[in-house]
Design a protein around this ligand. Structure first.
Ligand code: ZN
Length: 647
């Protein structure tokens, strides 16, 4: 069934040939016609210190069956397991080794991250062999054969190596390789190659080699996530007990009992309360039914491994046969583990979410997701590369209008002024004309209303067409209310229908908008009326930042020749990260100020089509009538509408 080409075919019994010794009989016994999971259920005993001592039960961890059985698929060479802790991933790998000893013996190599973990695993495997009669029958009886670096059995040898140790690997040739927790291996030094490469080099003589790599993920660039992405990426789809719809268990579907659509009541977030009262339920993605812990075994038992992208009917669970692949990948998170209930997982989330390091551990070890530290960030030097030869204050030819962004500080204002230019392609570019820090409203009025910005050739002068000023932080604080009032008062006097108040939105805006407009007719705090009111734009700054950086990416943003490191550093001060709810947000990095980034975003908002048509509706230079934009955002960004609108 599973011939080993390193050994001759088993001899058949001939009544005329001399009788075999028991050892010889054992040595030449043909393999039983069983799978690894069947072998585990028949022979494997878990030690006393394990979470579930006693005989192995596939019913407890039904998802492990497909993982273990991939070991005997003759087409499979590499088995990548990216999974949470305490969910039988390592035990599944031990079952493969046990199966090999008993059914398909060949040299095996076990590589561990450290000497300490090596000792522990060597002991575990020694104990497994000694305690399981089906395996102990292959002991040689010589105590010297049970060593830290190798276990010698009658029909196979198991080598143990610390990752990256050249000495441990010397003279080792193996058909089976178990690389445990490869993301914890030391980084490569010198010319030997990485510990993974060194280990895999010991398998070259075996055409039917098998590599097993179980690991919790670390980062997207970690070994196990890269291997997972190269594999066929199998996930375990389980059916809802109510509607039968299949789904991959996601932490974000763990809800407070009786609550709908993810609302977790504020007064129910105490981890101890959640654990004690077991209030968490799993909400079916399809029918919103509440699934509780008692239903989990039945749900898991009917699950199916489905490679990512493989056709699969989520309502019937039907799918065409899987194609044969040499590299299989299995992923599962702690929600599948029989050792954790939904409430324990929810409690762990609330216990860790406010501590970056602890939350990262939760994401890696429980959710089995790589931790994406930063999704997008541009360096200050990359920003300086956007400089052109155009000097400070000079407006480019074909400018449609200038817009200004103003960031309101206690001791003054950060300002940037941008020109919106019809580029040769018919698209609109933005060019930085001027920026700086100014001390007071008087100076601000000079920048906005008196200074003249000219183009070089035509000598044409441009006023600031529109501007946006930050109306201050949250209301209520004594200083802040005053500051907001000052800005409101100034806007009422000086806004002239050209300068508008802006503030950041606390939540995403309805309809996926980047900004919404309102009129404020009362002062904050005392509620004194504002005659005529002032116009305020509430901005989704995340969406506007996405839009700005996508314009940078498509080459539509240019800086003047005198742009300095301060401007670049402030623009580079934020990076896009994934937050706890899986949304992407721009977050300030370190202590670098981000004021000029804010001014840039505000100036961009004033030019945006969502701001009463933006610069799109202005007359084209040299033409008298406004031209209606073609296809909405496309004209403005030079990119697909999707990327400009993308959130
Ligand atoms: Zn359902």
């Amino acid at each position: 069934m599973h011939p080993n080409p390193q050994n001759p075919e088993p001899r058949t019994q001939n009544p005329l040939s001399p009788p075999w010794s028991p050892a010889e009989l054992a040595a030449w016994a043909p393999p039983e016609d069983i799978t690894v999971s069947e072998w585990a259920e028949r022979y494997r005993m878990l030690p006393k210190q394990s979470a579930i001592p006693g005989p192995w039960s596939n019913r407890l961890v039904p998802y492990a069956v497909g993982v273990m059985d991939s070991f005997i698929d003759p087409g499979v060479e590499r088995i990548t397991i990216m999974a949470s802790v305490q969910s039988a991933k390592t035990e599944s790998a031990y079952n493969m080794i046990g199966y090999a000893i008993s059914q398909d013996p060949a040299p095996a190599l076990v590589v561990m991250p450290t000497d300490k973990t090596l000792r522990r695993v060597n002991k575990r495997i020694q104990d497994m062999i000694i305690e399981i009669p089906e395996l102990s029958r292959y002991l040689t009886g010589d105590p010297d054969d049970m060593q830290k670096r190798s276990i010698v059995l009658q029909r196979m040898e198991i080598y143990f190596a610390t990752a990256g140790s050249k000495a441990d690997l010397a003279n080792v040739e193996a058909r089976y390789l178990l690389m445990d927790e490869p993301d914890r291996y030391p980084v490569a030094t010198g010319e030997e190659g990485s510990p993974v490469e060194m280990a895999e080099a010991r398998l070259t003589t075996y055409w039917n080699r098998k590599i097993i790599e179980p690991c919790t993920p670390t980062t997207p660039d970690g070994h196990i996530n890269r291997e997972w992405l190269r594999s066929d990426q199998r996930k375990y789809w389980v059916p809802c007990p109510q509607c039968g719809g299949y789904q991959v268990l996601s932490f974000w579907q763990v809800k407070h009992r009786g609550e709908v659509l993810g609302a977790w009541p504020d007064d129910k977030k105490d981890p101890d309360y959640i654990r004690q009262h077991r209030v968490a339920r799993y909400e079916c993605l399809h029918c919103q039914a509440e699934i509780d812990d008692r239903e989990k075994p039945g749900v898991l038992a009917r699950g199916k491994w489905v490679p990512t992208g493989h056709p699969f009917d989520v309502m019937t669970g039907e799918m065409p046969p899987l194609p044969s692949v040499s590299h299989v990948g299995f992923w599962w998170n702690v929600l599948y583990s029989p050792f954790r209930n939904f409430s324990e997982v929810a409690a762990q989330f609330f216990a860790t979410k406010d501590d970056r390091e602890k939350y990262k551990t939760f994401v890696n070890l429980w959710l089995a997701e790589p931790w994406k530290e930063i999704i997008q960030q541009r360096s200050a030097s990359a920003i300086l590369e956007l400089r052109t030869n155009r000097p400070l204050l000079e407006v480019p030819e074909n400018t449609l209008a200038l817009t200004a962004g103003i960031d309101n500080q206690r001791r003054g204002f950060w300002v940037s002024i941008w020109a919106w230019v019809l580029a040769g392609s018919g698209l609109i570019d933005q060019h930085l004309v001027r920026y700086g820090f100014i001390p007071d409203f008087q100076e601000l009025e000079i920048w906005l209303f008196q200074d003249v910005y000219r183009s070089r050739e035509g000598g044409q002068s441009y006023p600031v067409w529109r501007g946006a000023i930050d109306t201050g932080g949250t209301e209520g604080g004594p200083g802040e209310a005053t500051q907001t009032e000052q800005v409101y008062e100034w806007l009422r006097r000086m806004g002239q229908g050209r300068i508008f108040g802006v503030k950041g939105a606390a939540h995403t805006l309805p309809g996926g908008k980047k900004m919404v407009h309102s009129i404020i007719d009362k002062m904050p705090g005392k509620g004194r009326p504002i005659p005529g009111g002032i116009r305020l734009w509430t901005l989704d700054t995340n969406a506007l930042k996405d839009a700005f950086w996508s314009r940078v990416e498509s080459g539509r943003v240019h800086l003047h020749a005198d742009t300095d490191e301060i401007f670049a550093a402030q623009l580079a001060s934020e990076a896009k990260e994934r937050d706890k709810r899986g949304r992407t947000v721009w977050v300030q990095q370190g202590r670098m100020a981000n004021h000029l980034l804010d001014t840039t975003i505000y100036a961009g908002a004033m030019a945006d089509p969502e701001c009463w048509g933006g610069v799109m509706v202005l007359p084209r230079p040299g033409k008298s009538a406004a031209v209606e934009p073609q296809g909405g955002g496309n004209f403005f960004t030079g990119q697909s509408r999707g990327s400009w609108l993308k959130r």
